[in-house]
Design a protein around this ligand. Structure first.
Ligand code: AFP
Length: 328
């Protein structure tokens, strides 16, 4: 009886974990905890819809483009609505930056936190049933509450994040986040509707054997990037590229590896967006003992000048990112 499935412990639910660890946070008033709960809740709704893609009319493109010029998929728009609503409800968040909106949204409230979010990254993979993700960063507002949002609240460096993470809608759905005290991963148990701690204190291997880069663009890589990729081949490393940043990042976090999106002829600043793609994953990577760089400097030290700014992005195992930098 003791060994039957029903007698086994189901582990620590996300809510309990957040509550138990609330004191680690410098401003432990419960607001950040509530934001994490809101993100988790919205992700469950998005997960439900993602799992139904193909059955109901939510696949395919809206026929419109977002600020980055990418075709908006129906699920992109749906995910944006879900996360925005969830984060607006409690009053903890005063401003939202999203891949799907040209400008930031000032919520005109007393909230102390600013969120940057890519509600559904890798969305061109939706229609072909490949993993996609949500990426989020949480910052503390700098200007006094109750006034209109100021540029200094929005254009903060990644090093000023107070929390960040991602949700991976993959073979299982996972929420991985950090509040600057290590990285913890939670797996969604759909029959209970809860996330449970499955990957406590995640650490990325110091070195790895996986390199993830869109080699179809190799003709337009700089010479140093070409040389680095060649060095990976010379070492018989494994090439893995899903084209969904969260999925590629997550695999490398678990197994050790590097993800690179360098400058290309089409995207001379790189393709990925600093504020709602790179910063969050850079924070998670560093908290897991890894490294994130634009090829020269630390991602978290870049002062953004624009909401939708792009940057070259090298992230993953310390030794691999350092080796790639040495070629740059
Ligand atoms: P989409 O959201 O337009 O699919 O872009 C995904 C993404 O931002 C990131 O998740 C991928 O790693 C990267 O772009 C893939 O870009 P390439 O198709 O140029 O390799």
């Amino acid at each position: 009886m003791e060994e039957s499935r029903i007698a086994l412990s189901i582990g620590t639910a996300l809510d309990r974990f957040i509550k138990n660890n609330q004191d680690q946070f410098q401003y432990a008033s419960g607001e950040l905890s509530q934001i994490l709960r809101d993100i988790a809740l919205a992700s469950k709704v998005v997960n439900r819809e993602v799992n139904k893609a193909g059955l109901i009319d939510i696949m395919g493109s809206m026929g419109s483009h977002n600020t980055a010029g990418d075709q908006q998929q129906k699920l992109d728009v749906l995910a944006n609505i879900r996360f925005t609503r969830a984060l607006m409800k409690g009053g903890e968040v005063c401003a939202l930056i999203s891949e799907e909106s040209e400008s930031y949204v000032d919520l005109n409230n007393e909230g102390k936190y600013v969120i940057a979010i890519d509600p559904l990254d890798g969305s061109s993979n939706i229609d072909v049933n490949v993993s996609i993700g949500t990426i989020f960063s949480v910052y503390r507002r700098k200007s006094p509450a109750g006034q209109p949002i100021h540029e200094m609240d929005i254009l903060q460096k990644g090093s000023e994040q107070v929390a960040a993470g991602y949700i991976l809608y993959g073979s299982s759905t996972m929420l991985v986040y950090t509040t600057g005290h290590g990285v913890n991963g939670f797996t969604y148990e759909p029959s209970l509707g809860e996330y449970f701690l499955s990957h406590p204190d995640m650490k990325i291997p110091v070195d790895g054997k996986i390199y993830s880069i869109n080699e179809g663009l190799a003709n337009s890589f700089s010479q140093p990037i070409k040389q680095y990729v060649q060095s990976c081949k010379d070492k018989n490393h494994t090439a893995r590229y899903i084209g969904s940043l969260v999925a590629d990042f997550h695999r490398n976090l678990l197994k050790g590896g590097i993800y690179l999106y360098p400058a290309t002829a089409k995207d001379p600043q790189g393709k990925l967006r600093l504020m709602y793609e790179c910063n969050a994953l850079a924070f998670v990577a560093e908290q897991a003992g890894g490294k994130a760089s634009d090829g020269i400097k630390r991602i978290l030290d870049i002062t953004p000048k624009d909401l939708h700014q792009r940057t070259p992005f090298f992230v993953g195992s310390v030794r691999m990112v350092e080796a790639a930098q040495n070629f740059s």
